[in-house]
Design a protein around this ligand. Structure first.
Ligand SMILES: NC(=O)c1ccc[n+]([C@@H]2O[C@H](COP(=O)([O-])OP(=O)(O)OC[C@H]3O[C@@H](n4cnc5c(N)ncnc54)[C@H](OP(=O)(O)O)[C@@H]3O)[C@@H](O)[C@H]2O)c1
Length: 310
């Protein structure tokens, strides 16, 4: 016991009595001291999945402060709706729409090519496009399994890798990367097994990059929303509709506008990972400290009580 206090004392001595060596307080957030802070003023952002939900909301919230927004998703008409909304907020923003399927290498290449062709020099990448698939793993189609991995993981990793060199040389510094993960990333979730695993990947990848890229003056943040009213559930639901009952999640639900504003605040203050909303924040903390056997028991009970077997 004595040696514990001696060693602790020595460590504290070496840190020169400065607990702030680990953290600093920025806009009411405690963030790592090494973390990079991002400024939204006159940013030039690429937003994936900008045709609906959180992506369209990112575009609307960035509109008053951005100088250029590149909007990527598959549906051209829906991208045009986001573009019009952005221009209604700020007619001075340059908006470039790139219809592309980011689940394919060709679609990702098309986005990169368009940045060059349109002479866009982004200093912010928002990896938001993503999809889920509600139901058991066994009954999933190969197409939906592959699409989730291709979009939620491959697109995010490869776009990030392709854009890091451009972010480093962007005229506005520091540059930033904001990845949209999920509360599902903290739990192994039956009926969402692949989706939850892809989001665990996104959170882990983002936190590692936040450390690596701080040296390059690139801020990396990851936002992990709970259930949010967008098109997500509609897209994730299978025709059979046979998955875990998601009733009773209301205390986790917050509006897309709040998810996006919290994510942008985290990026600006240098917070590497944020769980928007009090309910989601408490749930994520509880699940992260809970023993795995207890997690599995809760998940097993919920899974066993789902409405129909698929
Ligand atoms: N809503 C929630 O409950 C929730 C909770 C936690 C995390 N999230 C995450 O939040 C992110 C945004 O989802 P959302 O809630 O805003 O859902 P959403 O309304 O369904 O939006 C998904 C976006 O991704 C785009 N997208 C889908 N497949 C694509 C592809 N192959 N290539 C390019 N773009 C594609 C869609 O556009 P097109 O269809 O036009 O391609 C759409 O713009 C996702 O990463 C999701 O995992 C959502």
């Amino acid at each position: 016991m004595r040696s514990f206090w001696r060693i602790s004392g020595e460590i504290f001595e070496r840190l020169d009595h400065q607990p702030q060596i680990f953290f600093r307080l920025t806009s009411q957030r405690l963030v790592p001291r090494w973390a990079v802070q991002f400024s939204l003023t006159l940013c030039s952002a690429v937003i994936t999945g900008a045709s609906s939900g959180l992506g369209a909301e990112f575009a609307r919230q960035l509109a008053p402060r951005a100088c250029c927004l590149v909007l990527a998703a598959r549906r051209e008409e829906a991208l045009a709706v986001t573009r019009d909304a952005v221009l209604a907020i700020n007619p001075a923003v340059r908006v470039v729409s790139v219809p592309c399927d980011l689940a394919t290498p060709a679609g990702r290449e098309a986005l990169i090519t368009q940045l060059e062709a349109q002479d866009v020099h982004p200093n912010l990448l928002i990896n938001n496009a993503g999809m889920g698939d509600y139901g058991t793993f066994e009954s999933a189609t190969q197409d939906r399994l592959s699409a989730q991995i291709a979009l939620n993981i491959s697109a995010l990793v490869q776009l990030t890798h392709a854009l890091v060199p451009r972010l480093k040389t962007a005229p506005q510094q520091p540059a930033g990367i904001l990845n949209v993960s999920s509360l599902a990333g903290v739990l192994p979730m039956p009926d969402l097994a692949v989706y939850a695993a892809t989001k665990a990947f996104v959170t882990s990848f983002s936190e590692a990059l936040a450390v690596e890229l701080a040296e390059q003056n690139i801020a990396v943040s990851c936002v992990c929303p709970g259930p949010t009213p967008t098109n997500f559930s509609k897209t994730a639901r299978r025709e059979s509709g046979s998955d875990t009952d998601r009733a009773g999640q209301d205390f986790l639900r917050i509006p897309p506008a709040k998810v996006v504003s919290t994510a942008l605040e985290a990026l600006q203050s240098g917070d590497p990972c944020v769980y928007p909303g009090l309910g989601v924040s408490l749930a994520s903390s509880a699940f992260r400290i809970m023993p795995r056997f207890l997690q599995r028991a809760i998940l097993r009970r919920r899974f066993a009580n789902r409405p129909t077997q698929s």
